[in-house]
Ligand binder design. Sequence first.
Ligand code: GLC
Length: 421
Amino acid sequence: MFHFKRLALGLAMAFGALSGAQAATVTISCGSVGQDFEFCKKHTEEWSKKTGHTVKLFTIPNSTTDILALFRQMFAAQSSDLDVLNVDVVWPGVIKDHLVDLKKYSKGVEKEHFPAIVANNTADGKLLAMPWFTDAGLLFYRKDLVEKYGQKAPATWEELATVARKIQDGERAAGAADFQGFVFQAKAYEGLTCDAVEWLSSFGGGNIVDASGKVTVNNPNAVAALKTAHSWIGTIAPTGVLNYAEEDARGVFQNGKAAFMRNWPYAWSLGNGADSTIKGKIGVLPLPKGGANGKNAATLGGWQLAVSKYSKNPDAAADLVMYMTSKEVQKERAVKGSYNPTINALYQDKDVLAANPFFGSLYDVFTSAVPRPATVTGLKYPEVSSAFWNATHDVLSGKASAEDSLKKLEGRLNQIKRNKW
Ligand code: GLC
């Protein structure tokens, strides 16, 4: 019996090889922020065991801006070093020529994912990437400290500044000299574009470029938004914030050194981790409104997985993408890592909701998040975004007034646009 089994196994393996299903080595990049690497390792190993293929993890920089630069270099060289790549929600229009159409592999499963994200990942009828997780900007805060100082959770940026100041003054007076009111992302990179899109939008200042392609960024509400953000630097936020990305802000907040933090949902799970000093003390709110007539605005973020056109193993690579973006994997990432699923049904899953109560209470924040103007500006989005974050950084650092900087930016964006996007 035993020998028979071994023979059967041997035959099956030989048959596999003959039919062309040889084991392949697939290289994937998953990101390196928070728990990205750890989850990537676990899930790729699972797939590897199931399929007999080998997976190699490709290390990439933290910043989405640097990752895009790296991928563009690899595409230019038609490099086959990377088979599966992580794709920021603002990239499909920029890198679409270098990705494989996943339609024949997905077999319609994309219909379970948020339609807007699937549409964002589709170009010329081709499904260029499978949604992996979605993101929206959130306000994390220290519930215990807001209570300790007899304050209310803020609804407007003005209230946030007042509450942050009170807590900061109190904590500093009590001996925590480096305590901060508010931390966020203000380094000159894509993350600042995300934060500043929220400020503009919350003040009714539009979205840099409107849906028709018109440059709208130079307007009084946008000026008011940037002036407000400038007023935080060196008052409720450290000047060091001008060099903060997501992980820098999280480091300060998670060490118990800040009252408020703007960040993405992944910060929830880590902030409540066993080794976190603020475990159980974190509240999550929509980002504040820009004054009485303003609105809550969260920038839409998120990542997809795609197969490079230069991959030597596109079939195995696509199979890995389908596994990594599956309901099973998305559920585990949501429960253990607070990565927002892109599969609507998971927002009703009781384990997902128990681990992340705000996935339910702030559901609208996720479904109505503001996209950056990537679709309308297409291939030119990276230039648009970098002009915008630099103009914003100049205001925050006091190099230029909001009025001058936005006027100059308007000219620069029209130059990038020329006649059309
Ligand atoms: C997050 C978002 C992504 C965004 C980036 C900016 O990773 O998911 O869309 O571009 O942050 O730093």
